[in-house]
Design a protein around this ligand. Structure first.
Ligand code: SF4
Length: 369
């Protein structure tokens, strides 16, 4: 019989399991700390537990980390890991260095160029594939393969810390593969482990949950009071335009969505981030600047303008650098907090889900041969 992997179990789940085994609840807390804070994966070395309990744990449980199948480093320092889950589904995790950091070449010791600084952002996946199907997205072409467990979500961060140490990342964005709010319970469980002071101990304000706009789940997220930052993948500032590129916009209309976003901003007392991917000839005109600034008026927010990372086979183009700069400047005259990101990791399939989507397609073709 296969043993239960402890990675992904919360503090209270571990306490309950230990209690059911006839042990004191506080041993669950000790185990939680060994697992996530100390990152000790050998039961034998959990020295404040009795020998008898350590043996019992080893008999019943295992601690199994994610292992990358592929790893790519971009010339700009962006790194991408491809993991195979136990059922062979591919997912991606990306580490993005701070734009201000200088990016040194990889050292012979294998130390990452981007993980020396401690100012990196870990971009993690919440699902393998995605059902939302935004027309510009590589992950969307895969459809939903399955939800990730809380352990698989947290496991991506544990892998990075084990590989590069405590400064592996300082911010976490749930902006990788999948729609986090459509895997609500596991994502909330993972956030609770991430933010627990004897868990991964990451400040909730350093975690950004990015959604394509699942209105009722944004309201539910506000009720959970997890204190993470919310980002909305907006990409078009009118209902009519948004539904052209994001089919989900037909279900969750922009006016109601914006009400939910304002509610989240009020209840969390945190500014909301709007992600606005710039597509050549689609959402990069003066009218778009007007629409966008009108939409966010009166809201404490930041807008990230991101140049599209083209995905082979998809019919969207990246605007010229001049156009990207013009858009950013125009918008900045109307909205105070605007950042413009040209592109990261273009040489390593860094568009969301691109590497995993390619592996998935390759697997599919090989299965047919
Ligand atoms: S952009 Fe996000 S929500 Fe849309 S298909 Fe891609 S992964 Fe899913």
């Amino acid at each position: 019989m296969s043993k239960l992997n402890l990675i992904g179990l919360s503090r209270s789940e571990l306490e309950t399991r230990l209690q059911k085994m006839g042990e004191k609840r506080f041993h669950g807390r000790q185990l939680f700390k060994w697992l996530y804070s100390v990152r000790q994966y050998d039961f034998e070395l959990m020295t404040d537990l009795s020998k008898e309990l350590r043996d019992k744990l080893a008999e019943n449980f295992e601690i199994k980390e994610l292992n990358p199948e592929d790893h790519k480093i971009s010339v700009d320092g962006t790194e991408k890991f491809l993991f195979r889950l136990d059922d062979n589904k591919p997912i991606e995790t990306v580490v993005i260095p701070s734009e201000e950091e200088d990016r040194r070449p990889s050292t012979s010791s294998g130390q990452s160029p981007s993980t020396n600084s401690g100012r990196n952002t870990a971009c993690i996946s919440s699902q393998a594939g995605c059902a939302v199907g935004c027309f510009f997205c590589a992950t969307g072409t895969m459809g939903l393969l399955r939800d990730l467990t809380a352990g698989e979500i947290v496991g991506q961060l544990m892998f990075l810390r084990d590989k590069y140490g405590p400064t592996a990342f300082s911010n976490v964005v749930m902006m990788g593969m999948g729609e986090p709010l459509l895997n609500f319970k596991n994502v909330i469980d993972a956030i609770r482990i991430m933010t627990d002071e004897i868990g991964l101990n990451i400040s909730p304000k350093k975690i950004v949950l990015s959604t394509s706009g699942i209105t009722p789940k944004i309201i539910k997220l506000a009720e959970e009071k997890v204190g993470v930052r919310l980002a909305l993948s907006l990409h078009a500032a009118t209902q009519q335009k948004r539904q052209v590129i994001m089919p989900i916009a037909k279900t969750f209309k922009l006016d109601n969505l914006m009400k939910a976003v304002r509610l989240y901003a009020d209840s969390s007392n945190l500014p909301v981030t709007f992600e606005y991917i710039l597509f050549a000839g689609f959402n990069d005109t003066r009218q778009d600047v007007e629409d966008l600034s009108r939409l966010v008026r009166g809201l404490r927010c930041k807008i990230n303008v991101i140049a599209y990372n083209p995905v082979p086979g998809l019919d969207f183009k990246r605007p010229s650098d001049d156009k990207i700069n013009w858009f950013g400047k125009e918008l900045n005259q109307k909205v105070r907090a605007v950042t413009v990101r040209k592109s990261r990791g273009m040489d390593i399939d860094a568009a969301c889900g691109q590497l995993a989507a390619r592996k998935f397609e390759k697997d599919r073709v090989s299965a047919q041969i």
